[in-house]
Design a protein around this ligand. Structure first.
Ligand SMILES: Nc1ncnc2c1ncn2[C@@H]1O[C@H](COP(=O)(O)OP(=O)(O)O)[C@@H](O)[C@H]1O
Ligand SMILES: [Mg+2]
Length: 304
């Protein structure tokens, strides 16, 4: 069964504009899906629709075959949600917060304690577990909020801008943790972020959003081949013949653009045959950022 199916899912708040505009996508179980776009793109609204916190204006969605608008409590039992401003209790300790949220999801105290101990260890919060939440740093709160969302063994985890406030080292650990959730436990992850570089580190597939619309959907390889396939090859060499197309970057640094990796050895062979000494060759594939910018620029050309 698919983890998520949306069919022309749309949400209009008060004005005439769709905050989420006819989105159709399907997520398999175990995917780490990156739902990407700038502020206002419609990511949080989509998460709310998928969790039954909002009712679609048009279209529909299903989470593990169930309609969140009809039976939100069934969705809550199998989904965990981490938002930017997670609601937890400052006057309770980290562990008490987890046990409290466990009880809300029907997990008894002894079971919650076992689950909490494992999560606190994985998220590097063991030494802070008996401290009041008010003493936690932003990064610690974020990690506890992740533990809270997982206390009832959800099958799907929604992460809405989860890394704001994490220092780079914690972010690395959290990334690893999220990847393992999917790989080892088969949990589906729906990650919303405006940080494309961050998403590229952990996601297996992407949906690129702008102003409520889904502009593109696919793996990084698929997006590259459909949107920007340019590979930039930076070559450090003693000499670059004029007849071979290139851009000079520095005294010995040159750049060429190719469409296929197979073209690279051919260029290097031509350079060597022309008597050049090669010191370094670095190929850079388009990043998610490059793809997003190319896509939105194209979009503007179409609409103007
Ligand atoms: N409760 C609301 N009432 C009216 N408009 C809203 C509300 N929530 C969000 N919006 C608008 O809907 C659009 C999408 O917002 P949102 O889903 O929060 O985007 P994102 O999470 O990608 O930043 C924005 O234009 C935002 O201003
Ligand atoms: Mg948002």
């Amino acid at each position: 069964m698919q983890a998520i199916i949306t069919d022309n899912l749309s949400k209009q708040y008060t004005d005439n504009k769709n905050a989420v505009d006819h989105i159709s996508l399907t997520l398999d179980q175990g995917e780490v899906f990156g739902f990407l776009g700038p502020n206002g793109a419609g990511k949080t609204t989509t998460v709310k629709l998928l969790n039954g916190m909002l009712i679609p204006s048009e279209g529909s969605c299903q989470v593990f075959g169930m309609d969140p608008a009809q039976i939100p409590e069934n969705i809550h039992a199998l989904s965990g949600v981490v938002t930017e401003h997670a609601q937890m209790y400052d006057n309770l300790t980290g562990l008490e917060n987890l046990i409290f949220y466990g009880s809300i999801f029907g997990v008894n105290t002894s079971e919650s304690k076992v689950r909490a101990a494992a999560l606190l260890k994985q998220l590097d919060l063991v030494t802070a577990k008996d401290q009041k939440l008010s003493t936690y740093s932003t990064g610690m709160r974020q990690r506890l909020s992740l533990a809270r969302a997982l206390i009832h063994h959800p099958k799907i985890l929604f992460l809405d801008e989860p890394t704001s406030g994490l220092d780079p080292e914690s972010a690395q650990n959290v990334n690893q943790f999220i990847r393992n959730l999917a790989k080892e436990n088969g949990i589906t992850v729906f990650l919303c972020t405006h940080q494309l570089r961050y998403a590229q580190e952990i996601c297996t597939r992407y949906g690129l959003m702008e102003e409520g619309k889904l502009l593109a959907l696919g793996t990084l390889e698929q997006l590259r081949s459909n949107i920007v396939s340019d590979i930039t090859v930076r070559i450090k060499s003693s000499y670059f013949p004029e007849w071979l197309p290139h851009k000079q970057i520095g005294k010995l640094d040159f750049e060429v653009t190719v469409q296929l990796e197979e073209e690279i050895p051919h260029i290097i062979k031509q350079l060597v045959e022309a008597g050049s000494n090669i010191y370094q060759v670095v190929a850079k594939h388009p990043s998610l950022e490059d793809i997003y910018f190319a896509l939105t620029a194209k979009q503007k050309e179409v609409t103007q």
